[in-house]
Design a protein around this ligand. Sequence first.
Ligand SMILES: *Cc1c(COP(=O)(O)O)cnc(C)c1O
Length: 389
Amino acid sequence: MVKINECLLKMEKNNIFKNVALKVSEYKKKNPDKKIISLGVGDVSKPIVKPIIDAMHEAVDDLADSKTFKGYGSYYGYDFLKEKIIDNEYKDFDISLDEIYISNGTKTDSTSILELFDINSKICITDPIYPIYRDGAASLNRKVFILDIKNDLPVIPKEKYDIIYLCSPSNPMGIAYKKDYLKKWIIYAIKNESVILYDNVYSAFIESEDVPKSIYEIEGAKKVAIELRSFSKNASFTGVRCSYYIIPKEIKNNINEFWKRRTINRFNGADYIAQKGALASFLPESQKLIKDNIKYYKDNAKLLRKAFSNCGFHFIGGIDSPYLWVKIKENITSWEVFDIFLKTLNIVIIPGIIFGKNGDNYFRVSSLGKKKDVVEAIKRIEKYYNEKE
Ligand SMILES: *Cc1c(COP(=O)(O)O)cnc(C)c1O
């Protein structure tokens, strides 16, 4: 009989967000009259803006005509998109076309990039964490170590680690790392010859002056950092699938070249239609509409911040990120608070335990939903906590 890859046993058995969905659907079945509002969503609610849709329609038509038909594209993405990304996002950092890779989602990229590094590399993640890093590393039989969190920031370790996952703006913690802090990580990585995997998919949400939009704003970062970005959360591409990442040639051991070797053999390039859509996201008319969408989510976040602070909660986030990370007031677990929100308030939140053991005193609230739902949820939350106290 075939034997199964034992690494799979080390991964979470269920998609952990599925546990939330299961509980919600069970409750709905028993209480069909209740109007449930989700503040749990990690997905966007705004549709893709018109200029991008038009570009994707055109791209579909290209495929129907032998003169414009596209078969296999470049393994690393079309130059038209790479040039546009460099022009718009990396102009100041001297990034060349062969340092950027187009792909089909940061979820995939954040794990597959580990194939670059020795199997015995010491990988560190934070707790709480975007759980894909942890389970992705487990699936490749990599060993992970957990960084402590102090004052809401991962503590820079004394020991040497090879790979460090940093997520900023952070999912789930909702905060973004400032320049001064990131400088210390870059110094650490240079000293220890480590590589930082910088998940920056929420960069469009950054508004604080002292938070860099890209890790390459920090001096020396091109020697040690791989930045991962996606069109998912800003251009509503969660269903279209297009992402990119930068592997600077300055990183030691020629990893940029090795990544090309790996990618030629493992990937046939991102979708042409998605890449045409991503290209159109940089049109001035798209940029304007995308900014409006981000502002819409940010306005939701502002309302949520106000409501949770009116109700006496301690929380972080919701400024440079769509998420609020809220401390539980009572002496109960995050699944227990999930149940109270679901059954008493008919609101879905994400229990912090999903993101790691240290998350069990917290829950995550998302501003990516519809404004009318956010407003209704806030009414329920304020009523409940004001009557209670
Ligand atoms: C949503 C999300 C992703 C996934 O992005 P895709 O490009 O849609 O795969 C990656 N990292 C974090 C932290 C996210 O929240």
